[in-house]
Design a protein around this ligand. Structure first.
Ligand SMILES: [Zn+2]
Length: 181
């Protein structure tokens, strides 16, 4: 079955795509994201159109005579789990990076976490959802995005409220729990 999967990163954007692809043996096919071999039959697929974009509609995916059509690709289980954008019919949305402050040992620490929903972020932070909605924002800062998106659902704390010298929260929930209460 052909799925219309889309991902939060572009096709062929893995840093080692070409290197990984060049190592494939006869008959092996690369993951469209990282270039590593994907077991066949594919558990997950995506259609690449427009010369390097994920097909978003069945119509795009079926337009095989378009000049930018690049075919149906397998997606490896790791890339699928890490980057999948679930359909808007309700299950989940793309990863967002939530930014706020947590209070630890009398200090305010800039805090980020990548999650697909506010609810998940609040759970990971151990704070009430309405607290997150009221005091937290969705970050567009490059450092925040690079840090949090590399490890979804991991809470990162900076050393104060201004710097972005993040490291993973030692015990993410207990730290943040103290903050939410
Ligand atoms: Zn991959």
């Amino acid at each position: 079955m052909t799925e219309l999967n889309r991902y939060t990163v572009l096709p062929f954007s893995g840093a080692r795509f070409h290197e990984n692809e060049s190592r494939l043996g006869d008959g092996e096919l690369p993951c469209a994201i990282c270039g590593k071999v994907v077991a066949q039959p594919f558990a997950h697929t995506a259609t690449v159109v427009g010369g390097g974009a994920w097909a978003e509609t069945a119509e795009d995916a079926a337009n095989t005579t378009d000049a930018g059509y690049m075919g149906v690709w397998g997606i490896g289980p790791n890339c699928h789990a890490k980057y999948l954008v679930k359909a808007a019919n309700g299950r989940t949305s793309p990863l967002k990076v939530f930014l706020g402050l947590t209070y630890t040992q009398g200090k305010q620490l800039r805090t980020i976490v990548a999650a697909r929903t506010q609810k998940t972020a609040a759970q990971l932070l151990g704070i009430p959802l309405n607290h997150l909605q009221r005091y937290w924002s969705v970050s567009g800062n490059k450092v925040d995005l690079d840090t949090a998106l590399a490890s979804p659902e991991v809470v990162f704390l900076a050393s104060d409220s201004v710097r972005r010298d993040y490291s993973p929260a030692p015990t993410s929930t207990s730290n943040a729990k103290a903050a939410g209460q």
